[in-house]
Design a binder for this molecule. Structure first.
Ligand code: AMP
Ligand code: MG
Length: 494
């Protein structure tokens, strides 16, 4: 194995590290330097993100390759791998950062704190049998998907850069290796709490909970029942997040508890994909043979994961276990209704509705029913309502759907807002451009197999502005056709 010494460089590139995670009890992490790679080459640097984080984008592009590959460490960085556990497809495992290394917490503007993590940076004490590395295709995919989610306005980890390592990794065949720089509000997961809980050390558990509260929910730090309040916050953030996924057709693909962020961000872009034709049972992930993480099951899975989170907090919520369970159960029981309220609020926007009427739920569900019946593209189907895309012919011919259209028009006429305002609202909630699977795969294939990154750049640029009305028919709006979808498979990319 290559072993280049990490050089500590004086160049900071604007990084301003303050590593509060190191104040947690030592069981929660291990100090671990990235393993240097042979020949780092910058594939892409996210200039806009870099600038918004107060980083020196120009310097990163010019000479940041070594730093972003983990070959050098800059001042203030104290690299660690984090410990966590998690339910993977329902089975509990001890995990941890097996191929990701946290360089530190960067303090950006307004004292905002961000984890800066290198994914694919080499082996750690948690690697088990893994090689600690990542392949170029999946890291470029994470870059593209996470940035698309951000542009859609959905909470997510971000991607600062992708580096080609100049080494190869062995997956299905030989692939170029890569390191992704991931930026997150934190990497504290449901699985981090599960890790704390299995140690049966309540001091450690409480240290993690207190740390999490101070970092993400300082407003509850003085609350009398702060651990219950922590549960409530996380439940609320997840209800909102999953509703936003459902509103744009995003399928995470591997909602294991280690892939659920306490800060409420979408995290871990492995086998995720956007649906084209609307069907709740859609699954693309090659490993999800039972459809555990199917599109329509996401709210249920989130609820299940949150129950696992609540279980870890029971020793902290109240001295009486019985009382803890009662309080936690009350909070968890509220999740389905909370999710539904967020989902319906999103649907109202998609339908251009400003106020609320009792019939709105039925209106939204009936539309989805017609979409499913006629195999309508979810994204274009909603754009077509405003006349911004072509209406699906078979659905349009359906007398039932014609009746639905009249119901909807009558509903629009009953609100005081002008029809143009309604149209504006719809456009702000119904993207025209999403990362269509076939376009993503085409762009990745060109970049990885032919070293041609132009398509990737074009796609990234188009996805940065998803709600703008394209007045020309764009290939970015074309669904791939049913055959592609039926055969399409996504992979965990490990
Ligand atoms: P994921 O499927 O990305 O959520 O990863 C699940 C677990 O497997 C995490 O603990 C990862 O750190 C670990 N893992 C994934 N790929 C690798 C790899 N190539 N080497 C070491 N650990 C890995
Ligand atoms: Mg993971």
């Amino acid at each position: 194995m290559m072993s280049l010494e990490q050089a500590l460089i004086s160049e900071s590139f604007g990084f301003n590290f303050d590593n509060s995670y190191l104040q947690l009890p030592p069981v929660f992490y291990r100090r671990q330097l990235p393993t240097a790679v042979k020949n780092p080459r910058i594939v892409i640097v996210n200039d806009v993100l870099a600038t918004s984080l107060n980083l020196d984008a120009e310097a990163l592009n010019r000479k940041g390759g070594w730093l972003l590959a983990g070959n050098t460490i800059c001042p203030g960085s104290e690299p660690i791998a984090q410990a966590y556990a998690g339910h993977q497809f329902g089975g509990f495992n001890m995990l941890g950062d097996g191929r990701a290394i946290l360089l530190g917490e960067h303090i950006a503007q307004h004292d905002q704190r961000y984890d800066i993590q290198l994914k694919g940076a080499g082996r750690t004490p948690y690697s088990r049998r893994g090689d600690g590395r990542a392949a170029l295709g999946p890291m470029m995919r994470e870059y593209l998907m996470s940035e698309a989610m951000h542009a859609l306005g959905i909470p997510t980890t971000r991607s600062l850069a992708v580096i080609d390592t100049g080494e190869v990794v062995y997956r299905e065949g030989i692939q170029p290796g890569a390191v992704l720089t991931r930026v997150a509000s934190s990497h504290i997961r449901v699985g981090t709490f599960q890790f704390a809980a299995v140690t049966h050390n309540n001091q450690q558990l409480q240290a993690l909970a207190d740390y999490t509260i101070l970092r993400h929910f300082p407003e509850i730090a003085e609350a009398e029942h702060r651990y219950l309040a922590l549960l409530e916050r996380v439940v609320d953030l997840q209800a909102s997040l999953i509703a936003q996924w459902m509103n744009v057709g995003f399928m995470h693909g591997v909602m294991n508890t280690d892939n659920m962020s306490i800060a409420g961000e979408t995290i871990d872009y492995g086998p995720c994909a956007f649906i084209n034709i609307y069907h709740p049972e859609t699954v693309f992930s090659s490993v999800d043979v039972n459809g555990r993480y199917a599109f329509g099951r996401q709210p249920k899975v989130a609820h299940w994961n949150l129950i696992r989170f609540a279980e870890t907090l029971l020793p902290l919520i109240d001295v009486s276990e019985k009382k803890s369970i009662t309080l936690a159960a009350e909070c968890l029981d509220a999740f389905p209704a909370q999710f539904f309220a967020y989902w319906l609020a999103g649907m109202r926007k998609k339908l251009g509705l400003f106020n609320q009427e009792a019939e709105d739920q039925k209106l939204a569900e009936d539309l989805l029913m017609y979409m499913q019946k006629h195999q309508v593209d979810f994204t274009n189907g909603f754009r077509a309502l405003g006349g911004d895309a072509e209406m699906h012919e078979a659905m349009y011919q359906d007398a039932g759907f014609q009746h639905w259209l009249r119901r909807w028009e009558a509903r629009l006429a009953r609100q005081k807002e002008h029809i143009n305002q309604s149209k504006q609202l719809r456009r702000s909630a119904n993207p025209s451009v999403i990362p269509r699977n076939h376009l993503v795969e085409e762009a990745l294939a060109a970049a990885v197999d032919e070293a041609d990154i132009t398509q990737f750049h074009t796609l990234v640029a188009a996805l940065a502005d998803p709600y703008t009305d394209l007045d020309h028919p764009s290939r970015f709006m074309q669904p791939p056709g049913e055959v592609f979808d039926r055969q399409y498979k996504t992979y965990c990319g490990t």
